[in-house]
Design a protein around this ligand. Structure first.
Ligand SMILES: Nc1ncnc2c1ncn2[C@@H]1O[C@H](COP(=O)(O)OP(=O)(O)OP(=O)(O)O)[C@@H](O)[C@H]1O
Ligand SMILES: [Mg+2]
Length: 291
């Protein structure tokens, strides 16, 4: 890609950022910091099969960014790029750049463990460790060298994840004995315990009932004063409720390629994307005509 088209892309991203600041600066909301995570002409391949093509996105700080799009368009693949989780998949190859602030995340010298500490992840299926509720929080913190008051950390993270009142009398019980919604909040508390800067969530509510979903959504809103959140969701109402920015991905046919690859067709402030999408494919997806 020519440097002219890259800078045009970034001019476009800059315009989106300015619109976003105007449209999403809600009263009392923390100031938005730009470029916490950024991809530049990112393409991802599983062996010979390309999953994502030419993704250039700039994720704003202290905001919630939603990734939406039909199954198989590469949302999870993109999310996993942000904390090098894709490294665990044999045969996966990445082209282009991924920046965490000014750090080139794909550079050979990058300390991947440190990256995953800064960029935590919550998965679709709650996956507490087969340990006590207390140790689900304490274990990761201990491994990461936490030397402070562990009881205080456990309580603080469980309170932050809106779970403390439900579990304070059974901290020694197994995390696996909690309900699905409680387990997901435990996994969020566990993620908070290593003090990340960014939290990636891959369909965190898809296994939860509406009450637990509401609890996790409230929690996300509460967390964004301190964290940057990127969430993948198939639930359009959820994307509208929780996110400030939305990227709509789609499978696109590329000339000369047998199979379709994931591209970002629109990246806009959420309100705008859902009320006045600029790309007809976004409109078709959010109104249920694609996907
Ligand atoms: N480990 C893997 N090995 C090979 N191909 C993979 C792997 N994971 C994903 N893919 C392929 O990459 C493409 C994108 O998959 P991905 O899981 O990122 O999509 P998605 O948008 O998250 O879908 P869903 O909404 O169903 O979760 C798909 O074609 C998928 O088959
Ligand atoms: Mg997925």
């Amino acid at each position: 890609m020519s440097s002219a088209s890259v800078s045009a892309r970034y001019a476009a991203n800059e315009a989106v950022r300015m619109m976003a600041e105007q449209e999403i600066s809600k009263g009392g909301a923390p100031e938005m910091t730009d470029h916490v995570l950024r991809t530049e002409s990112l393409s991802v391949f599983y062996g010979a099969a390309q999953a994502l093509q030419d993704i250039s996105l700039s994720i704003p700080g202290n905001r919630i960014t939603a990734l939406i799009g039909p199954s198989g368009c590469g949302k999870s693949t993109l999310l996993r790029c942000f904390n090098r989780m894709n490294d665990l998949i044999p045969g996966l190859r990445v082209e282009g750049k991924i920046w965490l602030h000014e750090q080139d995340l794909m550079a050979p010298a990058v300390d991947v463990v440190a990256v995953r500490r800064r960029v935590g992840m919550v998965f679709q299926k709650p996956n507490p460790f087969p340990k006590s509720i207390y140790d689900n929080i304490a274990w990761g913190a201990r491994i990461n060298g936490y030397l402070g008051d562990m009881d205080e950390l456990v309580e603080r993270c469980l309170r932050r994840a809106a779970l403390w009142d439900e579990v304070k009398d059974k901290l020694s019980k197994s995390g696996e004995q909690l309900s699905g919604g409680q387990q997901q909040r435990l996994c969020i508390a566990r993620t908070l315990a290593v003090e990340p800067e960014i939290i990636l969530m891959d369909e965190p509510c898809s296994a939860l009932d509406p009450i637990s979903t509401a609890a996790v959504e409230d929690l996300m809103e509460d967390l964004k004063s301190e964290y940057t959140i990127v969430i993948v969701t198939h639930n359009m109402q959820q994307a509208r409720r929780v996110s400030d920015m939305t990227a709509c991905l789609m499978l696109d046919s590329t000339p000369g390629q047998g199979r379709r690859v994931g591209v970002v067709v629109e990246f806009s402030p959420t309100h705008r994307l859902f009320t006045n999408p600029t790309d007809p494919r976004t409109e078709a997806y959010i109104t249920g005509r694609i996907g």
